[in-house]
Design a protein around this ligand. Structure first.
Ligand code: PLP
Length: 398
């Protein structure tokens, strides 16, 4: 294992470090307050249950729902599964059609594929060159059989933000349930479920300075009240929708992370986007033949996804061994396959193989950005010197 002390972390879309304030809030629940939140007969259980309900209010406060509309899960993968399968099975008497997008996370795509095998029909909407869904296309696909639209709020690879509130109005007009995997957006941009017109929303704590293994699903209770089929069965926790002993320290950390995000969001967004823009402009000024992937304006403050033509991203990452970056989305980067998100945007396969995702966040400093700029410029130039394809290296035949 490499020593990570001198490595710059720039992979905030994969996961985030715990905020020290979150650690502090969790500590008692990892030590002395170890009760089971379902133990109603003694103080250990009461303390745990009080902490869970406080955290539920903190999470609800960030997305403007009522605490009863939140079910704690193990993370966004579970929330996406629960939302999509839960609606599909509970409302199959109404129809069998689901609409989603080609740039979704695998937690959504693979869940939809399972449902297709079971006889559901799924429409995978294409995106424009910036990776954005056009609301009109969503409306055009709705049929009398459509029961669910599931679209990502902000993409984990390219940071593009979908026009969720416009799509929300369309979903409402047609009486179709609307779910969003919002894990990359929550705590960074407005995630008010009413303004967005969402009926279901997936959240996870580890993308917003909270712990891993804890997430939530927002399930609308007010007009319309949604009743989901549970995916697992057992005790009565979480309204029987998600039974199992509650992860009290995780939930407490998640609540604290949400409260912190609510107070820091605006200032943090400004600071991070200034750093991201510095990185963006410096790389574009100092390196030729590079391309921005994702929307130039409607994207997350901490995201910068760039294709460095003639430089395989795996080679670039290997050369930048004191910077933690990602060549694709973290969940699929084990396999050297061009990213499905970049291909869906019609990026040429060769360019997709040269894409690097820079993810900046709460603890990124200007000094780190300056270091990354110099290191990337140097390494891209070095690798291009070795590339027979790069024009600068072609023999001068004139
Ligand atoms: C957009 C998106 N959805 C879902 C997930 C999965 O989240 P979790 O790790 O909480 O299961 C991720 C994490 O990579 C993500 O970026």
């Amino acid at each position: 294992m490499n020593d990570q002390d001198n490595i710059i972390y720039m992979d905030y879309h994969a996961t985030t470090p715990l905020d020290p304030q979150v650690v502090e809030a969790m500590m008692p629940y990892l030590t002395t307050c170890f009760g089971n939140a379902s133990s109603t007969a003694h103080v250990f259980g009461w303390k745990a249950s009080d902490a869970v309900e406080k955290a539920r209010r903190q999470v609800a406060g960030l997305i403007n729902c009522s605490p009863e509309e939140l079910i704690f899960t193990s993370g966004a993968t579970e929330s996406d599964n629960l939302a999509i399968k839960g609606i599909a099975y509970a409302y199959k008497h109404r129809g069998n059609h689901i609409i989603t997008g080609t740039t979704e996370h695998h937690a959504v795509l693979d869940t939809c594929a399972v449902l297709e095998n079971e006889g559901f029909k799924v429409t995978y909407l294409p995106v424009d060159e910036y990776g954005m869904i056009q609301p009109q296309q969503v409306e055009n696909c709705i049929t009398s059989q459509t029961i669910l639209i599931s679209l990502i709020y902000a993409n984990n690879e390219i940071g593009t933000i979908n026009p969720i509130s416009e799509i929300g109005k369309i979903a409402r007009k047609h009486g179709v349930f609307f779910h969003s995997d919002a894990v990359q957006a929550i705590g960074k941009i407005d995630s008010d479920v009413d303004r967005l017109g969402l009926d279901l929303m997936s959240l996870t704590a580890h993308k917003m300075y909270g712990p891993k293994g804890i997430g939530a699903l927002y399930i609308r209770k007010r007009k319309p009240e949604i009743l989901l089929d549970p995916m697992i069965h057992g005790g009565g926790q979480e309204n029987r929708i998600r039974p199992g002993t509650l992860n009290v320290p995780g939930i407490v950390g998640f609540g604290e992370a949400c409260e912190l995000a609510k107070s820091l969001m605006v200032e943090e967004g400004k600071r991070v986007s200034i750093l991201r823009d510095k990185l963006h402009h410096a790389l574009f000024n100092r390196i030729d033949r590079i391309y921005l992937n994702g929307h130039p304006a409607n994207r997350l403050a901490g995201n910068l996804n760039i294709s460095f033509e003639f430089v395989e991203s795996e080679a670039l990452l290997a050369g930048l061994n004191n910077i933690a970056l990602s060549a694709g989305s973290a969940c699929t980067s084990g396999a050297v396959q061009a990213s499905h998100v970049l291909l869906a945007m019609q990026l040429k396969e060769e360019l997709a193989h040269t894409a690097v995702r820079f993810g900046l966040g709460r603890f990124t400093t200007e000094e780190e950005v300056d270091h990354v700029i110099d290191a990337v410029v140097k390494e891209v130039h070095r690798l291009r010197q070795l590339s027979p394809l790069y024009e600068g290296n072609l023999p001068n035949t004139g």
